[in-house]
Design a protein around this ligand. Sequence first.
Ligand code: SAH
Ligand code: SF4
Length: 396
Amino acid sequence: MAVPQHAQNAEGNLPNLLGMTLPEMTTFFAGLGEKPFRAKQVFRWIHHFGVDNFDDMTDLAKSLREKLPTLAAIEPPKLMTSQESKDGTRKWLLDVGTGNGVEVVFIPEADRGTLCVSSQVGCALDCTFCSTGKQGFNRNLTTAEIIGQLWWAKRELRKAIGSAAGQPTDIPDDIAAKDGRIVSNVVMMGMGEPLANFDPVTNAMDIMLDDHAYGLSRRRVTLSTSGIVPNLIRLKTRCPVALAVSLHAPNDALRDVLVPINQKYPLAELFAAITDYLEAAPRDFVTFEYVMLSGVNDSVQHAHELVELVKDIKCKLNLIPWNPFPQADYQRSSNNAIHRFREVLQNAGLIVTIRKTRGDDIDAACGQLAGQVVDKSNRASASKAGKTIAIKSVSA
Ligand code: SAH
Ligand code: SF4
């Protein structure tokens, strides 16, 4: 039976059920001569109950439980390390094979718990201020590796609050979410450019949104992109979720330098695509991320230009104090500069937040995360096999 390639495990042999959407799993079970409700049961066991062993799926017929291990696997990435910060932020390192690792960060807040998820090992887009970009690119993550980050986080968090896998009724997600102990929000803001890995990312988001899996609302899943316009257009119909766009500059000349993909998809095209996207989006505004780089994009003049640029689009602005990393030629804007910049925007009636730093005692703050990338692109001089790199998280 044909199994979607992205649903296969690392060796490409047994199909990995962890990476299948519910319709894909239904097709898979139909190929085994099983009814659709069997697929739904297994799907729920894996994602809702956090189970990775067919033996634990107690409502499946014994004969099916016995044959499934010969036909399919449930294979999350391997959990390497787990850390917790003084402020409750948690960070996990996941092994994705051949010397590569990605980190996942959970940021608890009073009214929500946000998970920052990666989409690629490294990134090919080479934004000049970004540590992931500077480390080069190895490969796209599979659907299983993307959803596996949420699978692990949910399982580990449940363990931490005393509810074992397979016993979901102890603390219903909607109640636990209110005290920020369970994942209530996902931001695709870890390592990589999610729109450069379209199918696995959208399939993983389908699973995040599925009521039989994680049941997240579209408003609580945010995709952050540097602006791959054709795929933003596709996202509108394929899987509209909340949108964040990495802007970082108020004009094409500067953005061409900071975010080189702008040379291919300049601001006018990007803004047209965002405006169109918002028609279908679960939130009627876009969040613009703007990293504050001293003397580069943080002047009062830049702020006025930014006001002009965004005046016709419904948006919120998130100013990100830049986090340094080795070999970077930038400096973080001073607090004064950031506040002056914010004031100009606020005086023009814009909604502006300044991103807080969380989890910095365990290197989990924005720009501090250490994964591992074996750079295959050989583009970044700093990228050597197995080198520790930084990826970013947010307190969105
Ligand atoms: N590729 C996507 C998502 C991952 S990056 C994107 O670019 O939007 C997530 C956010 O972290 C982006 O806004 C990115 O510009 C920002 N970022 C990158 N490097 C950073 C650094 N050193 N300090 C602070 N923010 C950074
Ligand atoms: Fe890639 Fe985003 Fe970093 Fe740019 S900011 S290099 S798109 S991860």
